[in-house]
Design a protein around this ligand. Structure first.
Ligand code: F0G
Length: 459
């Protein structure tokens, strides 16, 4: 494989420092073995998230200087609106400062207790915003998505039989909106095919159910369609994106991902009266309709980022860099979800770390070892994040897979960083004794991963 090469050169650098091993041992201990509690400056390579961590281009920084901070009607809003209309075709564009506000606005206005919101997989903030309004967030992703080593090209597809059955069982009036996450973050950054999007759209339209994308990573999804789906090889990313959006009635979007920006988001839709309702709510909780919680300069950075993200050369390098890391890990015998997704490599820690029992959190233990051995921060998406407590057996029920996500920030790290990450994981794989089981010493009632504390136990 020829190594993917970055289609840009470096103009500004931000120093990062690998602390000495004994310092890292101390830092992670002081953080109670929770990598969320480590300071960013003590991390060498930060793979916690691809959200808000992109490097902006010279063009975006230039745009920042053109920020118009007028309270109402700033010129950057009109550029933002025009760009989003150009890509999505939706009639109404409402800015918000990040994705979850778009979710909150939408769900708080249209859901009532007892409703259902299907998707391939809901991201955790989406699920929480559905559930807080008394509705059920249902994951209807295809079965192939549950098989880590199966090379299925569109593991983000919705199982349309399950969708039709749901609508028949509960009735369309109980489904005020149907969602689809592109790419499917929770399922490994896996794409949905155009054929699946079209079919899902047909089903929703037949039943008059509005269809919204969670479009955080729409350009990465469009890239996969171009590369993997028959009939799209000669279409541009923008043409593919426009076709994707044409099958939907609206979208929520965190511009912290495919907006190539550090903050921002929007909700867009065709329905005028819903847009008016959401705008009124926006003014109450977020800001006036032409800035929605963002500064004028941030709107400009997002507008420019959304155009840049549809550049094929950028996407080719982006997805290939993620694949490059996945291929290296595969060569070293480290089990990963295949094929690699758009924004991250997911390590199957439950399989890799055999000497630690699930109740001592092998995935979480791997995140601790990655920091201690190599100064790398990753995130567990497994037994800590998604366990359910069963009050009958008084035991935790763990998810099917105990994963560690290596999310790759956009345009930030080079291929030699990827090689370094792979070599740290190789070292851990060859020296499993450096991964130690954990016991919880503190956990809050909700979203425990952010603040829980542990002690290490002898394996
Ligand atoms: N939807 C998806 C698919 C996401 O991945 C995220 C955020 C959101 C919605 C919420 O957007 O953070 O701007 O409010 N994902 C980040 C992650 C946090 O690390 O995957 P937000």
């Amino acid at each position: 494989m020829i190594a993917p090469v970055e289609p840009y050169r470096v103009k500004v650098v931000e120093p990062i420092r690998l602390l000495e091993r004994d310092e890292r041992v101390e830092k992670v201990k002081k953080a109670f073995y929770n990598i969320f509690l480590i300071r960013g400056e003590d991390v060498f390579i930060d793979l916690l998230t691809d959200s808000g961590t992109s490097a902006m281009s010279d063009n975006q920084w230039a745009g920042i200087m053109l920020g118009d901070e007028s309270y109402a009607g700033c010129k950057n809003y009109f550029h933002f609106e025009e760009t989003i209309k150009d890509i999505t075709g939706f009639k109404n564009v409402i800015p918000v400062h990040q994705g979850r506000v778009a979710e909150n606005l939408l769900f708080s206005q249209i859901l009532t207790k007892g409703d259902y919101v299907p998707s391939n997989n809901h991201f955790d903030t989406t699920r929480a915003n559905v559930e807080v309004n008394g509705a059920a967030a249902l994951d209807l992703v295809v079965e192939e998505s549950r098989k880590p080593s199966e090379e299925y090209p569109f593991k983000g597809n919705i199982d349309t039989n399950k969708l039709e059955k749901l609508i028949a069982d509960v009735g369309p009036e109980k489904i005020p909106v149907g969602m689809m996450t592109v790419t499917n973050n929770t399922g490994g950054g896996q794409p949905a095919s155009m054929a699946n999007i079209r079919k899902v759209s047909e089903i929703y339209r037949k039943h008059n159910i509005p269809f919204f994308f969670d479009a955080c990573r729409f350009a990465e999804n469009a890239y996969f369609i171009k590369k993997r789906e028959w009939g799209y090889a000669d279409k541009s990313i923008k043409e593919i994106a426009r076709e994707m959006f044409s099958y939907a009635d609206g979208c929520t979007m965190s511009a912290k991902k495919d907006g190539l920006a550090n903050i921002g988001g929007f909700i867009a839709m065709n329905n005028d009266s819903l847009a008016t309702q959401l705008t009124n709510m926006l003014i109450l909780i977020e800001g006036y309709r032409t800035y929605g919680g963002m500064a004028g300069r941030d709107l400009e950075a997002v507008a420019r980022g959304l155009q840049e993200v549809t550049n094929f050369d950028y996407l080719e390098y982006r997805i290939k860099q993620v694949e490059y890391l996945g291929t290296k890990l595969d060569e070293y015998g480290i089990p990963i979800i295949k094929p690699t997704g758009g924004h991250a490599v997911f390590v199957d820690a439950g399989k890799m770390i055999e000497h630690i029992e699930p109740e001592n959190y092998p995935g979480w233990a791997l995140t601790v070892a990655m920091y201690r051995e190599g100064g790398i921060r990753s995130v567990e998406i497994g037994n800590i994040m998604f366990a359910r407590y069963d009050s009958d057996s008084k035991k935790e029920i763990f998810p099917e897979l105990d994963l560690v996500r290596l999310a790759i920030p956009r345009r930030v790290y080079s291929n030699s960083h990827m090689e370094y990450i792979a070599s740290v994981l190789k070292h851990i794989n060859e020296n499993p004794e450096c991964v130690k089981g954990l016991r919880l010493t503190y956990q809050p009632k909700v979203l425990r991963h952010f603040t829980c504390r542990f002690e290490e136990i002898d394996n």
